[in-house]
Structure formats: structure tokens, C-alpha cells
Design a protein around this ligand. Structure first.
Ligand SMILES: [Zn+2]
Length: 233
């Protein structure tokens, strides 16, 4: 095999290797995402807190309601019981009575929206919990698949890497170094063919002198575009 042929072969191995690396990383990325479960658990948790808060709020309103009703009843007993005949006292009780009644009306008004909010949060929590449960189950299956896929892809990558290293070991250091630098900087294309005097990388026709130089060289030579090494093989 000529140096050019060896480099072309190495390039195709390196391209396959890049695909395998990408496939492996994709599996790893999906594994790391945990099927979106962390985010779902988080919103489940925050909804549960909201449910608790809504319940606490409801309980507070209900206790206020009971207390205010008692107060109203007690004030009404005093107002209409006939035991108090002093006008000033009666006026004071009347003022207190209407103030407590106002508070009671406010609490009664707040109870219905609070109840709606509590029910809404409760429903949301139930939906999220069901969703989470289903997704956790699905993820368990997917995770098993992904783990075996990861081993598979990892093995395939390592095998290809071994082939790559064996191939690279056959190539003279200076050619290999030049190739490696270009392969990295040029998105996986270091060697391009010259077809009927035209660089297939940049589509530029080579000057006759370059062609002569290429044919006399022991391996690929740099194209004037600087992006690739040329070979006629
Ligand atoms: Zn070129």
C-alpha cells in the first residue's frame, strides 16, 4: 500500500470512528437525561407543596368562619336577649356586631375561590403523579435498553479504535501528523482526491507544476487551498 492509500484508508476508518463516537455519546446523553424524570419530579414536588398550602389556607378560613359565626351568634344573643337595656352598651354591641358581620362576609367570600384553588392544585398533583408513574415505568425499560446499547456502542468504538491505531502505526510520523492536524481542523476530511487535475476538495484545477510535484511525491501533498492533502490514488 502506498502512503496515500494508507492515509485514505485511515481517513475512512477515522470517519467511521467519529460516527461510532457520536452514537455512543447520544446513548450517554439520553441516559443522563433520565427520560426527563428529574424535572417532572421537581414539578410534582412543588405542586405537592402548593396542595399543602391550599389545604392550610382552607383550614384557616374554615376555622375563622366558625369563630366569627360564634361571635355573631353571641353578640346577637346579647343584642336581642333583652338582658342589656343600657343604650350606650347596646350601641357598642351593635357596632361590634356589624364589624364582626363584615369580617364574616369577607371570609365567606374567600372560601369559594380558596376551595377552587385547592381542588385545582389537587387535580394537578394527581395528574402529575400519574404522569410521573407512567414515565418512571417507561424509563425503567428504556434504561435497560440504553445500558446494553451503551456497552454495544462502546465495544464497537473500541474495536474500531484498535483498527485505527494499527493502521496509524503503519504510517510515517510526518505524514500522520499532517493528516491528523488537517482531519481535526477540517471536520473529518484531510485527504481528497485529484480527479483529472481538479482538487475534489476545493474544485480548483491544479497548476501543471503542482500535478508534476504530486506525481513525484512519496505521499499526498498539501493543496493550495490549505484545507486538504491531495492524492491521485
Ligand atoms: Zn484544494
Amino acid at each position: 500500500m502506498t502512503i496515500a492509500q494508507s492515509l485514505l484508508s485511515l481517513q475512512s476508518t477515522d470517519q467511521s470512528l467519529a460516527i461510532r463516537r457520536r452514537e455512543y455519546r447520544e446513548v450517554q446523553t439520553e441516559l443522563d437525561s433520565e427520560g426527563g424524570l428529574p424535572k417532572l419530579r421537581e414539578s410534582c414536588d412543588s405542586t405537592r407543596v402548593r396542595v399543602l398550602e391550599a389545604k392550610v389556607n382552607m383550614a384557616r378560613l374554615e376555622s375563622d368562619l366558625a369563630m366569627l359565626k360564634d361571635e355573631v351568634a353571641e353578640l346577637e344573643t346579647r343584642l336581642y336577649g333583652g338582658a342589656i337595656t343600657n343604650v350606650r352598651q347596646l350601641t357598642a354591641i351593635e357596632t361590634e356586631h356589624s364589624s364582626v358581620r363584615r369580617n364574616l362576609a369577607q371570609v365567606e367570600e374567600a372560601i369559594s375561590p380558596a376551595q377552587v384553588a385547592a381542588e385545582h392544585a389537587g387535580q394537578q398533583f394527581a395528574d402529575l403523579t400519574a404522569d410521573l408513574e407512567a414515565k418512571e415505568k417507561a424509563w425503567k425499560t428504556r434504561q435497560v435498553e440504553l445500558r446494553s446499547e451503551k456497552i454495544e456502542k462502546g465495544t464497537a468504538f473500541n474495536e474500531m479504535l484498535q483498527i485505527r491505531n494499527d493502521e496509524a502505526a503503519q504510517i510515517p510520523d510526518d505524514h500522520l501528523a499532517r493528516y491528523t492536524r488537517l482531519f481535526r481542523s477540517n471536520r473529518g476530511i484531510a485527504i481528497v482526491r485529484v480527479d483529472r487535475g481538479v482538487c475534489q476538495g476545493c474544485a480548483v484545477r491544479l497548476p501543471v507544476g503542482e500535478l508534476t510535484r504530486l506525481r513525484a511525491a512519496d505521499g499526498p501533498i498539501p493543496c493550495s487551498c490549505g484545507r486538504a492533502l491531495l492524492t491521485e490514488h
